[in-house]
Design a protein around this ligand. Structure first.
Ligand SMILES: [Zn+2]
Length: 328
């Protein structure tokens, strides 16, 4: 029997990329979902795959997006919570702010699916103990907001320390982020959070075992712009290393993996956007064929179930809490 690999897509919309990039016009929530969603659904249907779409509440709250989002639910894919405002500093929110995000997102998603989501991924891989507490209180089954890599925390610490508007006290606090270089040592394998009587499954986004370099689809497509051969070899090594180290794969997809600058000129500044869509779909097809040859590809919900099943017979690590700022 093949081990399990999960597949999910963070449905970040055009406006959230524009907002992060500081471009005017995001305030009217421009959307590419009508183009993107049918394309992704056809691609998945061809491969008989059911995956998890993490949807931003703000998109689900707007009438203009509802037809596209309902197609996802109608095709039998799982729908998870990807926050309401898609702000990567969600881990700095207070409990009441997080509750408000969740109230609004759950109501908007219920308008699409008729039910509440049971899985969550924070925007920008942001996670805090408060977010975990809110997830447990609301009966969520799993979180998948961690990205074990040395690169992210270091880049963020550098960014914070460079900010000229910062006081010395603030800078001191930020210096602790360098300690979080240790985030790179975080487990790549799923584990459980002990939430006082109940547990929450944590499924990290897979990075390359040992080196902890990203392996998600956007990264492979980006490498392909330099050398398709190299990108394919890197991907095969990643998949084999995960098999060798018994790491269940959790592969992440993004909308830009399915779009070109022609579809959405506003996000044409991203790497790989000059590549034609057909070429991207071919690379993605190759990625999924390799993954499917070594793993059984499922949605996040099924992956979380298998973690719980395995925790009955095997020693699945349980963590009590994350220390403050651990995931900054
Ligand atoms: Zn996102």
């Amino acid at each position: 029997m093949k081990p399990i690999a999960s597949l999910s897509l963070d449905l970040d919309n055009q406006w959230s990329y524009m907002k992060t990039h500081g471009d005017a016009g995001w305030e009217s929530y421009p959307s590419y979902l009508d183009v993107l969603v049918p394309r992704v659904l056809a691609f998945l249907a061809e491969r008989n795959l059911k995956i998890t779409f993490f949807i931003v509440g703000q998109d689900a709250a707007l009438e203009k997006n509802r037809d596209a989002l309902r197609m996802i639910a109608a095709a039998g894919h799982e729908i998870g919570n990807h926050s309401f405002n898609h702000e990567p500093w969600l881990h700095l929110y207070s409990k009441s702010e997080i509750d408000e995000e969740f109230d609004k997102t759950e109501a908007a998603l219920a308008g699409i699916t008729g039910k509440r989501p049971t899985g969550f991924r924070g925007p920008g891989y942001s996670l805090s103990q408060t977010v975990l507490d809110v997830l447990a209180e609301r009966g969520y089954d799993y979180d998948c907001s961690t990205l074990p890599t040395y690169i992210g925390p270091l880049a963020r610490a550098y960014y914070f320390l460079k900010s000229p508007a910062m006081t010395d006290a603030e800078r001191d606090k930020r210096k602790k982020l360098f300690g979080k270089f240790a985030d790179g040592f975080q487990s790549l394998k799923p584990y459980l959070w002990d939430m006082g009587g109940r547990s929450l499954v944590e499924i990290p986004v897979t990075t390359l075992p040992i080196l902890k370099i990203p392996v998600h689809a956007s990264y492979i497509i980006y490498l392909s712009t330099f050398s398709k051969l190299l990108a394919r070899a890197y991907w095969r090594v990643a998949v084999e290393l995960c098999r060798l180290t018994n790491t269940p794969f959790s592969l992440l997809l993004h909308p830009l993996d399915f779009l070109s600058a022609k579809d959405s000129p506003e996000v044409g500044f991203f790497p790989g956007m000059s590549m034609p869509v057909d070429e991207k779909l071919q690379i993605l097809g190759g990625i999924l064929d390799t993954l499917g040859s070594r793993f059984e590809v499922v949605d996040m919900k099924r992956h979380a179930e298998s973690v719980r099943e395995m925790s009955i017979t095997a020693a699945t690590p349980v963590r009590a809490s994350i220390e403050a700022g651990a995931y900054l």
